[in-house]
Design a protein around this ligand. Structure first.
Ligand code: 4AD
Ligand code: MG
Length: 427
């Protein structure tokens, strides 16, 4: 793709929007954005004539224009280039644009999310989100994974039955998918190594800065793979994401004020591993009296554990009772399963959940019954342990949690274009 530097000294025509403007006597500076870049246009009255200069002076915020001009270097601007304007043609006027350069409250901005996306900060976050998606496909393609797509409408509920969005499927009941995992297991048995990338839904009544109702998940699944081997794929993948953002989104990290030196540490492998047992002990030894063996971690617990390391940290082998039905037992322990959550540093919480899966038919069947799931609905899934089953492992990385962490954004609502939150489905 051609960049601004390839056009220095040349005349170009750009479709753009006005973000700001100031003029003094015979010169006007218009701040522009073309969707990709934010840059400045300089309009000199003696150069363009009275008519064009008047148009420049009357431009209002978010008016769309075609602008003709010559690209020139400008070392003072963030981009390094500016446009010496020759002509301006107004395309669509904009009056009383609601988001002005002054401060606005979060609810106001969320109500205007469709416009808020135009601002430099949101632009930078979406560019980094896009880079993470791009690097995901690159990583898994390089590693020989096949991308396959699980359904969105399903009759199964891998992550428990309490957080499902119900819908009608003609005369039958259906849910919006919580996770594509079970279908990805079928995929792994067909294609060896697979990954998915798609929307998932949780009717979670959680109103935190880490929870969305609709979020996007990357779910790899690998045949003939142990949990330990899966952890290596996970850390390689996460480190690859961070490195890709560092390599390709440096300017966006600057826009967001994200410290690159901190991010560089997150590319150093391996990540630390701590068992659930040791994590509980560590918390209790450090004054967390509220937590007992068997409890799930809350966000202060995760943050404390993560703060012991300068990188993401894996918490291994959680109690069976707080994890889903499909996780394989620890070979020497009845009470814990072969799983891990990857906790991001700096209080961003869990970004990956993964495990080794049960592959013994009788055991899987009994788990399905024990969890009160319908054997009839899960016949297809049971077929996977009936016909040539093999040890297999997989994981799910939450895209928005990862974007929030890498961009250093406080709240997950800014990591997705149109967030669905407990109290929000508009716009
Ligand atoms: O830990 P979870 O629930 O794991 C699964 O769904 C497995 N079936 C994945 C697998 O093994 N294939 O979710 C995985 C990740 C979490 O670590 C978190 O990053 C993200 O999905 N996540 C959410 N992100 C935003 N909002 C929510 N409500 C989320 N719930 C989970
Ligand atoms: Mg989890």
């Amino acid at each position: 793709m051609k960049q601004a530097k390839d056009y220095v000294g040349k005349e170009v025509r750009i479709g753009a929007w006005v973000t700001n403007k100031r003029s003094s006597g015979k010169i006007a500076f218009i701040q522009l954005r073309d969707g990709d870049y934010y840059f400045q246009g300089i309009v000199v009255k003696n150069d363009v004539g009275e008519e064009v200069f008047q148009i420049a002076k009357s431009l209002t915020q978010e008016t769309s224009i075609f602008v003709d001009g010559v690209v020139q270097e400008d070392t003072r601007s963030a981009l390094g280039y500016e446009l010496l304007v020759k002509n301006i043609e107004v395309v669509g006027e904009s009056h009383d644009y609601p988001i002005t350069p002054k401060e606005h409250g979060t609810e106001f901005l969320m109500d205007h999310r469709h416009l808020w996306l135009r601002s430099t900060k949101q632009h930078a976050i979406m560019k980094i989100r896009n880079e993470i998606i791009r690097a995901t496909y690159e990583f898994f393609n390089k590693e020989g994974f096949l991308k396959i797509d699980p359904p969105i409408l399903t009759s199964s509920s891998p992550e428990g039955t309490t957080e499902l969005f119900h819908t009608k499927y003609f005369d039958e009941d259906a849910f919006l998918t919580q996770s594509g995992q079970l279908y990805m297991e079928a995929g792994a048995m067909a294609f060896g190594k697979v990954f998915s990338f798609g929307p998932t839904f949780r009717a979670e009544k959680s109103k935190t800065r880490r929870h969305l109702i609709e979020f996007w998940m990357i779910e790899p699944e690998m045949a003939f793979t142990s949990q330990d081997e899966s952890l290596v794929v996970q850390e390689n993948y996460v480190s690859y994401l961070v490195q890709s953002v560092l390599d390709n989104c440096g300017d966006y990290l600057d826009t967001l004020g994200r410290d690159k030196e901190v991010l560089k540490k997150y590319t150093q492998l391996p990540y630390d591993r701590i068992s659930y047992d040791d994590a509980i002990q560590l918390l209790q030894d450090n004054g967390f009296e509220d937590i007992q063996w068997g409890d799930d971690f809350g966000s202060p617990h995760e943050t404390f554990i993560a703060n012991q390391s300068e990188k993401p940290v894996f918490i291994l082998n959680y109690p069976k009772a707080i994890k889903p039905f499909y996780m394989k037992n620890h070979p020497e322990r009845e009470d814990v399963v072969l799983c891990a959550d990857l906790i991001a540093p700096e209080g961003y919480g869990e970004i990956i959940g993964g495990s080794e899966r049960i592959y013994d038919y009788e055991q899987m069947r009994s788990q399905i019954e024990k969890f009160g799931l319908s054997l009839e609905d899960y016949q297809w899934y049971l077929d996977l342990s009936r016909y040539g089953s093999v040890p297999h492992s997989g994981f799910g990385l939450g895209l928005e949690r990862t974007v929030t962490w890498i961009t250093g954004t406080e709240h997950i609502r800014e990591a997705i274009p149109f967030p669905r939150l407990l109290n929000r489905i508009y716009p």
